[in-house]
Design a protein around this ligand. Sequence first.
Ligand SMILES: *Cc1c(COP(=O)(O)O)cnc(C)c1O
Length: 231
Amino acid sequence: MTNQIAERIALIRQQLPATVRLIAVTKQVSVEAMRVAYQAGIRDFGESRIQEAASKQQQLQDLPDITWHLIGSLQSNKAKRAIELFQWIHSLDSLKLAQRLDRLAQELCCRPQVCLQVKILSDPNKSGWTIPDLLASLPELNRCHNLQIEGLMAIPPLDLNDAEILNFFEQTRDLADKIRQQHWSNLQMHQLSMGMSDDYQLAVQAGATMVRLGRIIFGDRVYQGAVTSDQ
Ligand SMILES: *Cc1c(COP(=O)(O)O)cnc(C)c1O
């Protein structure tokens, strides 16, 4: 298994435009496999759970230049731990959480980079801002000066065909463009975190700047109840 990881990363890297950031999603992946990915050039790792990330960060302390991305939903009682552990939070899904992160970032004297997770289509399985909610929240988000609000993150619903997925990603891009054209001082909106193993090529076609890839690099995840129970 591990000897395929480097090959897979090289292949994916070849297909991706140089400007697209490849985030290796390592939930349920061993630190040994993560070291192989690091050797193959990966410096961005995405994790879904605080506990799992904390443990891996300790075991990988000797690798100094990793950027850690939180991609899973964040409970507000873990917000402080999240900004201590992650430079990027892709799953910022409510104004309340944004304001809490903003206060905590001020206390901790850091400025985490965040993406706003949007729900372009209604999806009972996903959290995130609806478009009207997000547009209504922009003035308050713009006041969260301790957050670097970089762009949008979106995950398509499971039942779409390729044309619909592409359209979904294009709508996400158009929403980011629309917000950027409003020239908010604190909303950069240059980043689009979209695309997973099954749909990243469509996401890149629609303008993704960051793709979050797990299975296509590391193979299928083997879920173990004990490991997933921390959140
Ligand atoms: C698990 C996960 C990914 C990676 O998914 P793969 O299908 O393994 O590529 C990307 N983004 C989020 C938010 C995830 O939870």
